[in-house]
Design a protein around this ligand. Structure first.
Ligand code: C2E
Ligand code: CA
Ligand code: CA
Ligand code: CA
Length: 278
């Protein structure tokens, strides 16, 4: 395992993972990464139909001393399998809250919402509500500017438990968005019972929305469904002006994607926006 650990590609290749490192070793690697402050958040802007920036999504990266910047696809599944998603997820939440507080000092960002991805296993923890309260209390971040992105896959297990926890966190002022919408198996009857404020149309429908009529139908249907439930609808993975224009025409309220900007470090974002304090 030692020799394999030096092999950067294999180590993080999910297919090879069983052959090169045990779960315990991978968990240790992530724990050390946390201790060494190797994880960073990058931020991708979210825009409204007027072209105004209305917020950002925090996306985690592992700034590994040997392997360089590692994207989440290479470690989130491992973190999920080893349980390390719990301390990592708590770090993400607290780091995002600290950033929110920092942004609150700037006129341009004072009203932004910051979205963080929350995994199913985080929500399944009995102390989930407490851990959110702790992150908000210890950082002093304004809860109403925080948004949690959940995925449909969370809706297969204990939905009643989920509704109770989401309700408690919503009562603190935090908002919820349903990510990757359309790719999962959520029952529409649950959708109206969850305290959501937003649906995110998955990028797999956005990619060919101009050329594939069935993707266009799906996008329209998600917009209609979201609006009929009183939810805002954000399209993700928007890469061209033509996609943005079409999605705006069918009623999307917000957009995110490379057309507006890639995920970038907080300081780069601040420089791009020439942020000045109040
Ligand atoms: P996601 O939540 O669906 O995030 C959107 C992903 O699409 C991001 O990939 C983003 O960089 C990418 N993206 C944004 N705009 C475009 C575009 O126009 N075109 C294309 N092709 N891609 C675009 P990223 O950062 O690699 O993250 C991948 C996934 O990892 C995320 O998907 C999310 O499921 C997970 N993830 C990221 N950060 C966290 C985290 O802090 N916690 C947890 N639990 N999961 C996370
Ligand atoms: Ca997301
Ligand atoms: Ca997504
Ligand atoms: Ca996704």
């Amino acid at each position: 395992a030692k020799a394999a650990g030096r092999n950067t590609v294999r180590f993080f290749d999910p297919v090879m993972q069983a052959a090169v490192a045990t779960h315990a070793e991978l968990a240790k690697e992530i724990r050390q990464g946390l201790q060494r402050h190797e994880f960073v958040l990058h931020y991708q802007v979210q825009m409204d139909t007027q072209g105004q920036c209305i917020g950002a999504e925090a996306l985690v990266r592992w700034n590994h001393s040997v392997r360089g910047l590692v994207t989440p696809a290479h470690f989130i599944p491992l973190a999920e399998e080893t349980g390390m998603i719990l301390p990592l997820g708590q770090w993400v939440l607290e780091a995002a809250c600290r950033q929110l507080l920092e942004w609150g000092r700037h006129r341009a960002t004072a009203q932004w919402t910051l979205a963080v991805n929350v995994s199913a296993s985080q929500l399944a923890q009995p102390n989930f509500v407490d851990s959110v309260a702790t992150a908000l209390r210890t950082t002093g971040a304004p809860p109403h500017l925080l948004k949690m992105e959940l995925t449909e896959s969370m809706l297969v297990n204990d939905v009643e438990d989920l509704i109770v926890k989401m309700g408690a966190v919503q009562a603190m002022g935090v908002k919820f968005s349903l990510d990757d919408f359309g790719t999962g198996y959520s029952s529409l009857s649950y959708l109206k019972r969850l305290p959501l404020s937003q649906l995110k149309i998955d990028q797999s429908f956005v990619r060919d929305v101009l050329t594939d009529p069935s993707d266009a139908v799906i996008a329209r249907t998600i917009v209609a469904l979201g609006h009929s439930l009183g939810l805002a609808v954000l399209a993700e993975g928007v890469e061209t002006a033509e996609q943005r224009d079409f999605l705006a025409e069918i009623g999307c309220d917000a957009f995110q994607g490379y057309f507006f900007g890639r995920p970038i470090p907080a300081l780069t974002l601040a420089a791009t926006l020439a942020l000045a304090p109040h």
